[in-house]
Structure formats: structure tokens, C-alpha cells
Design a protein around this ligand. Structure first.
Ligand SMILES: Cc1cc2nc3c(=O)[nH]c(=O)nc-3n(C[C@H](O)[C@H](O)[C@H](O)COP(=O)(O)O)c2cc1C
Length: 191
């Protein structure tokens, strides 16, 4: 017999029943999420992998893909989009995805993150944050449930300022926000 995981429409009490068995005819809805990333040198992909791992622990069905390979976001219940910041701009693949799919993304929970800066200074973090905000401001109809900046990697100086604890905590918050969004979805059985 198939184990029921995720949200079970029409059986709100069973929503947490990860290891429950299904009743005949019971519909199981696995919430699907795509984690897309735009990277030049790989550090953003590693962060996307960590975010995907946390979401999987929380029972989401996760696809991890380079942002440029995501052709249609409508098939996912939620979208996480990350991109490296370079010379003041969010990675082109992340910007393009946000712009091209703005209509569909405006309709579903979206979380975004930016990578940078390469130094541990508060001022540098604020600059990176503003750079991400600037990219988001160009597509105002998409209102992320959360936007994070996590520091980046300086390969020349062999410095990694990524905040892994912060990254995992952020991913857990995103899982909570996606859970809340799916709980608000209108039910398909008219209840
Ligand atoms: C040439 C260069 C320019 C950068 N410009 C910025 C920037 O404007 N803002 C920022 O926050 N980080 C900046 N960074 C830091 C990168 O975002 C950081 O190294 C990140 O980890 C790179 O991601 P990737 O490995 O996925 O390509 C820059 C890095 C390099 C090498």
C-alpha cells in the first residue's frame, strides 16, 4: 500500500501523516517546488542544493535546475530562485526567469536569494541586499514571500563568507511560507 505524504486534500487532520497509509481513493497532493539558480562559478548552485535538501526534509518534491533550463513554472506549487550578484547585478539567468515568467510567478509563492558579498562587512551586505532589491523592483508584480542574501565566495582570496546556518534557517522559513500558502489554496472539492 502507498504511504501518504504531504497535504491530503479534504483530510486536513491528516496533513501531517507522513507515514500513514492511504485509504482507497484518497488523493495525495505532493507539493512540488523548483529550486532554480544562476551561477558562474558554482557557489550559488551549492546554496541551491542546501535549500533543496531542507525542502526535501520538509516533504516537498524538489527539482533543482539551472534557471535557464526552467521552461515552465506553472507545473510547480512553489518556486525558489537564486542568483549570484556580479558588478551590482543579479545573475542574468535569474533576472530572465523572473521577467519571462512574471505572470505565472505572480500567482504562486516565490522565494529568492542573492549571493554576495565577498567580505564580512555590514556595509557590503547592505549593498548586496540593495542590489537584489533593485532586480526585484523591476518585476513588481512578483512579490516574494522571502528574499535572502547569504554572502559569497572569493576564489582568488580563498574566502568563503557564506552563512550556512542562515541559509538552512532561511530555507526552513521558506518551507513554512510555502506550507501556509498551500493551506490557503481553495479546495478542489468545494469544501
Ligand atoms: C568580478 C566579481 C564581481 C562581483 N560583484 C559583486 C557585487 O556586485 N555584489 C555582490 O554582492 N557580490 C559580488 N561578487 C561576489 C559574488 O557574488 C560571489 O563571489 C558569489 O559567491 C559568486 O557566485 P557563483 O560562484 O555562483 O558564481 C562579485 C564577485 C566577482 C568575482
Amino acid at each position: 500500500m502507498q504511504a501518504c505524504g504531504g497535504t491530503i486534500r479534504g483530510f486536513p487532520d491528516a496533513a501531517d501523516g507522513r507515514n500513514r497509509r492511504c485509504w482507497p481513493g484518497e488523493e495525495t497532493v505532493v507539493r512540488s517546488v523548483v529550486v532554480g539558480y544562476g551561477t558562474k562559478r558554482g557557489s550559488t548552485r551549492e546554496v541551491a542544493e542546501a535549500v533543496a535538501a531542507v525542502l526535501r526534509e520538509r516533504n516537498f518534491a524538489v527539482e533543482l535546475l539551472p534557471a535557464r533550463e526552467i521552461k515552465d513554472v506553472r507545473r510547480y506549487d512553489g518556486v525558489v530562485l537564486g542568483g549570484a550578484l556580479y558588478r551590482g547585478r543579479w545573475h542574468r539567468d535569474a533576472r530572465r526567469l523572473l521577467k519571462r515568467h512574471r505572470g505565472a510567478l505572480a500567482e504562486k509563492p516565490v522565494a529568492v536569494f542573492g549571493m554576495g558579498p565577498r567580505r564580512h562587512e555590514q556595509e557590503a551586505f547592505e549593498r548586496s541586499r540593495n542590489q537584489l532589491e533593485r532586480a526585484l523592483a523591476k518585476v513588481p508584480e512578483v512579490k516574494p514571500v522571502s528574499a535572502g542574501t547569504f554572502g559569497g565566495v572569493d576564489r582568488e582570496r580563498r574566502l568563503d563568507v557564506r552563512d550556512w546556518g542562515g541559509i538552512r534557517a532561511w530555507a526552513a522559513e521558506v518551507a513554512n511560507a510555502f506550507d501556509a500558502a498551500s493551506a490557503q489554496e481553495p479546495s478542489t472539492d468545494g469544501s
